[in-house]
Design a protein around this ligand. Sequence first.
Ligand code: GLC
Length: 484
Amino acid sequence: MDPANLAILVNGWQLPGAGVALPADHNLQPRGALMYRQTRHVPAAWQWFPAARYGLFIHWGAYAAYGRGEQVLFREHLDQSDYGRAACQWNPEHYDARAWADVARRAGMRYAVLTARHHDGFCLWDSRHTDYTVGSQAPGRDFVREFLTAFRAAGLRVGLYYSLADWRIPAYWEGPNHDPVGWEEFRVYVHQQVTELLRDYGHLDVFWFDGAWPQNALEWGGPELVARMRSLQPHLLINNRLGSIPAPASAHADGGSGPGTSSLGDFGTPEHHIAAESERLWESCQVSTWRLWGYAAGEHWRSSAQWLDMLVQAASMGGNLLLNVGPDGDGRLPPQFVERAVEVGDWLRVHGEAIYEAEGGDVCEMITRGYQTVRGHTLYLVLRFWDGRPELRLAGLATPVRRARLLTTGQELQVAQEGDQVRVSGLPAAAPTRLFPVIKLECDGPPAPAAWARERLWGGDPRRMTAWAQARGTSVWADGLPRR
Ligand code: GLC
């Protein structure tokens, strides 16, 4: 095969092979700085969300007592009645929402989302539409209300996760086509519960749906539900997991109606990975352990550096991190979680200005060292490791730098700038922090990339690099001279 005809995939962009002539008006989007800036309009009521950057996801329910993750009922095909009996007897006496809120606050998290109901259908609030709740069963308490009260009091924004799926209900599995009557009852139940949470539990900031699969948004009555939610709490941010809206039967691929995958919701929720969305707000949800969301006894924990890496990467790409914890069956946060949370919180107390309210900033070529964020005229370099050398070289910054400091210690640094090459010197030999040191560059204007840095080597048009490569000639010989 002629290699010139091979399509290559670089960082998700499909680029024609080097030998293929691109049409003159080709429109490859730059991967760099411009992509991650929040050019879209964020309504005033939602501006707290990108500013917050870091939230706590809490997966907690009767499944925690099993200690094998939030989906133990389904994944192990447990007997529904046994599980139901255990759920009704579940009485986590050590649940203290104020203790959780205190850890979240010390961790530097700015909001929290609790699973009010997961796929098992057991409700953590005292719903009047079912008795399968902590209110009607052993605890006789309203865990959701306690959570909301404590987290609000600690100054955090609050959200509730609600699974549309309810594994107990046969109509959920049958779907509207096989059991239209059962489905309709179930759908009404879901709408009533969501309405109840929005009407009786005060001001919520986020509503986090999940489990629309395998039905689509129309079958759930998603558009009507969202309209009701907005009428009850107009400021609310609703995530994107209400299912997709199918294309009308009359739509054709060439008819301009699109493929029918557009979904409801105000923000994207990439799960277990970090992926920027350019058209709406987004939040990557990640576990703090290795895989499961609900408590799993003996699970491995990711390190605090790995947590921070996820947070900074999301921030550098203009998004949030919703980091999960699964409290145990008695209602306690695992000590491994608390330890790491506080460590990252201590880091944020010193370096928070590089994260909160900062915009994504892939301005310069920094993959060699870490991430960047931007705030006004300031560029933050968040370094993933310390190499102990006195000088750091930053390539691709077009804007003049006025002042450089090591944010970690406040130490002034020297800057020499020639064209788009910046050299920051005076760095200490010893790592100034166990986690990520940050260098703060105050610039003459909004930090902007040099022409070549706008489209990176691996992210842009490969032909653009031809001139750069040609500077050394065309020969394969070391000295660039053709051999006879
Ligand atoms: C998935 C899982 C679920 C988890 C969620 C978190 O949808 O079904 O267990 O709650 O992702 O994003």
